[in-house]
Design a binder for this molecule. Structure first.
Ligand code: NAP
Length: 241
């Protein structure tokens, strides 16, 4: 069976690696193609958009795909909506692979925003020296704020940026020591992040330093799509198709 794995996350790579030895499955991982030098998974790889839901449905038919796993980032809402529509149109079973969001622990001082615009509205009441880890695409929402920002992104962000912004481009994973040092050196007094889930030493460092955290809520997933939370569970779903 041919499987299309919509990737761009560590979970997608882990699933492709898990399935590498399955003789009955031919897995193609798809990347959006915007990250330079992505860590490549086992199996076949393709890169670039499909041209919307219709383009994806056509791709599924042309490649006689037997199943799709949407293992994109929980905030990549457009491709997930396209995957749901395309899988329905092409009559191909679809599973979403989503790591769970984070849960607050004792000592956490968390605040929630629906999106980057709401986070920007709430931010001045929470601190003067924010650490932004919301991704390059979200920095523009904070551009008008007269705060002293530290922003960490994977790729250089498009303008506009806040007038006072120290930019660090880096790829994780990061260690607790790195995160502690960043908070200390830049005298960070509020952390802004997406509720991405997964290991997050930045949340531990913020808790230790009593720094409040402003979290962007996940967009709702497309309705009616079954979900697995681990690569092993997604592998089981595929093997029992
Ligand atoms: P998005 O807004 O949901 O999707 C924008 C467009 O990019 C889609 O319509 C699709 O183009 C193309 N696309 C996205 N993921 C694709 C994939 N895996 N394979 C082929 N085409 C894909 O996505 P995004 O938020 O920009 O994220 C882009 C990629 O980065 C995703 O693969 C995601 O897993 C990864 N990522 C995103 C975030 C985040 O915070 N959003 C964080 C870490 C990693 P067409 O309509 O032309 O098919």
């Amino acid at each position: 069976m041919r499987v299309l794995l919509l990737g761009g996350t560590g979970e997608a790579r882990a699933l492709a690696d898990l399935l590498a030895g399955d003789a009955g499955l031919e897995v193609t991982t798809s990347f959006a193609g915007r990250t330079p030098r992505p860590h490549l998974p086992a199996g076949r790889v393709r890169s670039g958009g499909f041209g919307g839901a219709d383009g994806l449905a056509q791709w599924l038919r042309e490649h006689r795909t037997g199943a799709v796993v949407d293992a994109t980032h929980p905030f990549a809402a457009r491709i997930s909506a396209h995957a749901a529509r395309a899988a329905r149109t092409a009559g191909v079973p679809l599973l979403a692979l989503r790591r769970p969001g984070w849960t607050a622990q004792p000592g956490d001082r968390w605040h929630w925003a629906a999106d980057a615009a709401e986070a920007a509205a709430l931010l001045p009441a929470l601190g003067r020296r924010p650490f932004l880890t919301t991704g390059a695409g979200e920095l523009a929402a904070f551009a008008a704020l007269p705060l002293r920002f530290l922003a960490r992104t994977l790729t250089p962000p498009p303008p506009p940026l806040p007038a006072r912004c120290h930019l660090v481009t880096a790829r994780g994973p990061f260690t607790l020591d790195t995160e502690r040092a960043l908070l200390r050196e830049h005298r960070i007094d509020v952390l802004v992040t997406k509720d991405s889930g997964g290991p997050a030493p930045k949340l531990t460092a913020a808790r230790e330093a009593a720094v409040p955290v402003l979290l962007l809520r996940r967009p709702p997933p497309p309705p009616g799509v079954p979900t697995a939370t681990t690569p092993a569970a997604a592998a089981h779903w595929l093997r029992t198709r």
